[in-house]
Design a binder for this molecule. Sequence first.
Ligand code: SF4
Length: 164
Amino acid sequence: MTTNGTIISYYFICKTKLWLYANRINLEDNSEDVRIGRVLHEINEEQSKNAEISIDNVKIDKITKDYLVEVKKSDSDPEAVKWQVLLYLYIIKQKGIEKRGKIEFIEKNKQDKKVHYVDLTDENEKELLQVLEQIQTLINRPTPPPPKLESKCKKCAYYEYCFI
Ligand code: SF4
C-alpha cells in the first residue's frame, strides 16, 4: 500500500496500528470521536466549494492561494498531523505546487480554532523521505510490531484485536 495521510499519521501514533491498517485488517470504528470527525469533515466539505482535493492517493481538505489546509477535530496528535501535512506538501511539490501548510484544530464543543503552520524545508523533506522508507519496511514485516498498552488504546478501533 502506498503511504497516504492515514498511514503516515499512524506511524507517529502507533506502529502496530499502522501495520494492521496497511495490511488491510480494518475494524469499523463507531466511537463518538470518529463520528464527530466524519461530521466535521462533511461540514467542512459543504462550506467550501473547493473542498477535498484528491491528488495521487491522498485527500487534501483545501488548497488556497497561500496554503494547503488540513482540518482536525482535536489537537491530540499534533506531531502525526504535522507529518501528514508535510507528506501532502511534498506530493503537491512534485506536481510543481509549493504552499505553506496550515492546520486548523477545531475543538469539540468550542467555537474557537487553533491554527498551526508548517513548512516543507529541505531538512524535514529529507526526514520525510526517511520516514516513508521506514513505513514501507514496517508494512512489509510478516507480523505486526507487538502492541504496547497506552492510554490512547482505549479509544482505538484495534483495542480488542490487540488486548482481548
Ligand atoms: S490498541 Fe493500542 S497498541 Fe493496539 S493498535 Fe491501537 S493504539 Fe496500537
